[in-house]
Ligand binder design. Structure first.
Ligand code: SAH
Length: 221
């Protein structure tokens, strides 16, 4: 345990803070969440390496720096209600649970959703709800959200997500071709009918699948 704490401290000091993540609450959350609990057993010794790792269903647990970058970009305050699309391992949702008052996280693969939910529950993060659904529809019962973080990328921003932001709310989403390089966008709802967009740089994410849509099967090569 102590070893893992040292590795987490080193991860923040070497991979995250030097690349421009300076929000102290985000850095603290990254020091708190045991990433080794969210990776498959054969990857535990690589849990604090500077890269994504494979998880079940051909998906990935995001690189720690990217998790921190997205959390900082979302400008989450302690009272905020946050929606995450793409629970994957559950790691990102666990990080968000340290920053927000309530977190809803949606995953399309039933097995991943189950595993993410039980890992988060084992850590006692009682303010997180993991749901099995198509996250491109958002989660209307809990809307509006102060922040929405999408951890999968595609060529379009689902309209439902823009509509489920409260005024002032931030949507962080990788936008671009499947299987290629995307731009990490921050879309802020300026008013009921206006959104502003900022480009936060190049990223590479697994596909955001729109179930029942033209890309209902996992797209890309
Ligand atoms: N935040 C995750 C990263 C997961 S990778 C972590 O920290 O581990 C992205 C996840 O998005 C994958 O598990 C994938 O199955 C899921 N996903 C893709 N399209 C989705 C959709 N439309 N709705 C919900 N989840 C989706």
């Amino acid at each position: 345990m102590a070893d893992m704490m040292i590795l987490r401290e080193r991860m923040v000091a070497e991979q995250i803070a030097p690349r421009g993540v300076s929000d102290p609450r985000v850095l603290e959350a990254m020091r708190e969440v045991p990433r080794e609990r969210f990776v498959d057993p054969e990857f535990v010794d690589q849990a604090y390496e500077d890269r994504p790792l494979p998880i079940a269903e051909g998906q990935t647990i995001s690189q720690p720096f990217i998790v921190a970058l997205m959390a900082q970009a979302a400008e989450i305050k302690a009272a905020d209600r946050v929606l995450e699309i793409g629970s994957g391992s559950g790691y990102g949702a666990a990080v968000l649970s340290h920053l927000a008052s309530r977190v809803w996280s949606i995953e399309r693969h039933p097995r991943l959703a189950r595993m993410a939910g039980s890992r988060i529950a084992e850590l006692g993060r009682a303010n997180v709800t993991v749901l099995r659904a198509d996250g491109s529809n958002g989660w209307p019962p809990a809307a509006p959200f102060d922040a929405i973080i999408v951890t999968a990328g595609g060529p379009v921003v689902p309209e439902a997500l823009k509509q489920q932001l409260g005024v002032g709310g931030r949507l962080i989403i990788p936008l671009g071709p499947y299987g290629g390089v995307q731009r990490l966008m921050r879309i802020t709802r300026a008013s009921a009918a206006a959104w502003t967009e900022e480009d936060l740089g190049a990223v590479q994410f697994v596909p955001l699948v729109i179930e029942g849509g033209r890309n209902g099967r996992t797209p890309g090569p």
